[in-house]
Design a protein around this ligand. Structure first.
Ligand code: COA
Length: 150
């Protein structure tokens, strides 16, 4: 597997991006400002992460997704480690990520990769998403914010 930055003339793989974020509008908005990195196997795109600078010395992973056929095989962990190393090389000292209160697997993965919970943005998903999101039998209402010093 190879991870590389998507170049400006390549079309971002929306089907992957929408796995992590159901809002096409929000995805399109951060794609304009962020750096997109893709994981590929034999020229097939199977994973993605997007890094967006948010504050001085702080960058956020605003999207991370792995093709359903390749999930649960360690690709997400490699993408997260790549995001952390890339942010470090770019000179950032803090990396952040946010996920839904219902995203149990993601919360486990991010903490295994060194992120700590630093806050909650109550009602984030009710404010920004029109459709109901249910995962693991839990309504997704609040954004759990995680951070890591790098
Ligand atoms: N409890 C404990 N650990 C759990 C867990 C649970 N319920 N669910 C998952 N995990 C752990 C796994 O055990 C594994 O850790 P390990 O390597 O120590 O065993 C890790 O989380 C998953 O790792 P990995 O196989 O690398 O993840 P992945 O390739 O499936 O990628 C996502 C993870 C989230 C990127 C992928 O599932 C995905 O694309 N999901 C849809 C999009 C999405 O939700 N993106 C994030 C939005 S915030």
């Amino acid at each position: 597997m190879n991870i590389r930055q998507l170049s400006a003339h390549e079309k971002p793989p929306m089907e992957l991006l929408l796995l992590a974020d159901p809002s096409q509008k929000i995805v399109a908005e951060y794609l304009q400002r962020g750096d997109c990195f893709v994981a590929e196997i034999r020229h097939q795109l199977i994973g993605i992460h997007v890094l967006l600078p948010t504050r001085p010395y702080t960058i956020e992973i605003v999207n991370i997704a792995v093709d359903e056929r390749y999930q649960g095989k360690g690709v997400g962990k490699i993408l997260l480690q790549h995001a952390i190393e890339t942010a470090k090389a770019m000179g950032y000292t803090t990396i952040e990520i946010g996920t839904g209160n219902s995203s149990i697997g993601q919360l486990a993965l991010y903490q295994k990769c060194g992120f700590r919970i630093i806050g909650v943005d109550p009602n984030f998903f009710l404010r920004h998403y029109e459709q109901d999101i249910i995962e693991n039998g839990i309504r997704c209402t609040d954004m759990i914010r995680l951070s890591q010093d790098i």
